[in-house]
Design a protein around this ligand. Structure first.
Ligand code: ZN
Length: 177
């Protein structure tokens, strides 16, 4: 990992190319990683998200943080996460901190299990339902370079056209021609 100051990490928005890269496995568990996770939790809270993946702060590494209850004690850092036993199918609206004002109807597995490592490199496993399961699948997509806008229906495309245009910086039609 290149030299970075974790306290200066900021949210990265679409269409930044870092959001499209497949993130690399974390091999070194050190103090820098801890500071990165702390800053990500801070940004997640600031922007009222329930999850944030490292590519969303410009780092292409397999790490995400989440907290689906908002209780500080429920902050969780997941490193090199893998999802197993994905089951069921629920449709729900999703947003993304890298895509302000965009919401997409997404099909996700209703339940799943996650195997990951904590900040010390210790493996842990958790079962997820509802919001947690949805959040993990969303964050794991980020680590594989996928975004919610990759799965838009025609209705989603129309509803999000203006917000996406703004983000992608396409010139807006001028009122006076
Ligand atoms: Zn997202």
């Amino acid at each position: 990992m290149k030299q970075i100051d974790p306290s200066r990490l900021e949210l990265v928005l679409h269409p930044d190319p870092v959001l499209r890269r497949t993130a690399a496995r974390v091999e070194r568990f050190d103090g820098t990683l801890e500071k990165i996770a702390a800053r990500m939790l801070e940004l997640m809270r600031q922007h009222k998200g329930i999850g944030l993946a490292a590519p969303q702060v410009g780092l292409s590494i397999r790490l995400f943080v989440f907290n689906v209850t908002g209780e500080p004690g429920d902050d969780c850092v997941c490193i090199n996460p893998e999802l197993t036993e994905l089951a069921g199918d629920v449709e729900g609206e999703e947003g993304c901190l890298s895509l302000p004002d965009v919401t997409v109807q997404m099909h996700r597995a209703a339940t799943c299990r996650m195997r990951a490592q904590d900040l010390t490199g210790k493996a842990f496993e958790r079962a997820g339902t509802e919001l947690a399961a949805r959040c993990w699948q969303h964050e794991l997509d980020h680590l594989n370079g996928k975004l919610i806008i990759d799965n838009m229906s025609e209705a989603d495309k129309i509803a999000n056209r203006r917000a996406l245009k703004q983000l992608e910086g396409k010139p807006k039609k001028s009122a006076a021609r």
